[in-house]
Write a protein of this length. Structure first.
Length: 187
């Protein structure tokens, strides 16, 4: 492996980073508490503050019980998954599965059948939307370039048969329905 200038620079940066990490861990972390030590110190200081506020003369035993009480307040609750929380909520409110509705369902007016029919495209519209006429070649053996592939008259594409090719259009037919693809210019 040849050490190029770029690799030498990268190794230099890596070395400086490693040296900074070592210095940070060895020299600059003395006296800095870790999270658990910090939490224990906070619990102890809370216990001492509670003791001082309660009475100026408090025994060592009561300080320990106050500190353990304060530590219990700072303990993290056990992790509970969402499913078990939902199950407990259903049981506590005496709900049954039949009375629950899916909050992610669309409202009833959105499910209008007339609107759905108008939104659904017919086969001809789907064919026209799915394919793009890119170019045509007219002459003795005309060719239509559709979606990057060339087709001659009589060829079939998605169940539609190519009937005619004009200067800027191609006519397809299936089940007595015809569709004309036009060359679109994007301007």
């Amino acid at each position: 492996m040849k050490l190029t200038r770029e690799r030498k620079i990268l190794f230099g940066i890596l070395g400086v980073g490693a040296l900074a990490l070592v210095c940070d861990r060895m020299l600059f972390t003395q006296g800095v508490t870790q999270p658990r030590q910090s939490e224990a110190a906070m619990v102890q200081s809370v216990g001492q503050a509670v003791d001082k506020a309660a009475s100026p003369t408090v025994s060592v035993r009561s300080r320990a019980s106050t500190a353990s009480h304060a530590q219990a307040q700072f303990e993290r609750p056990e992790k509970v998954d969402v499913q078990s929380r939902l199950d407990r909520a259903v049981q506590s409110q005496n709900l049954d599965d039949a009375s629950l509705t899916d909050v992610f369902l669309a409202p009833a007016p959105w499910d209008d059948p007339v609107a759905q029919l108008s939104r659904e495209a017919s086969g001809v519209e789907k064919f026209a939307a799915a394919h793009r006429l890119l170019a045509t070649v007219t002459g003795s053996s005309p060719i239509a370039v559709i979606d990057g592939l060339s087709y001659q008259i009589g060829a079939s594409l998605d169940g539609y048969r190519l009937l005619a090719i004009g200067q800027r259009h191609a006519v397809f037919e299936a089940d007595g329905k015809s569709v004309t693809l036009q060359i679109k210019t994007d301007r």
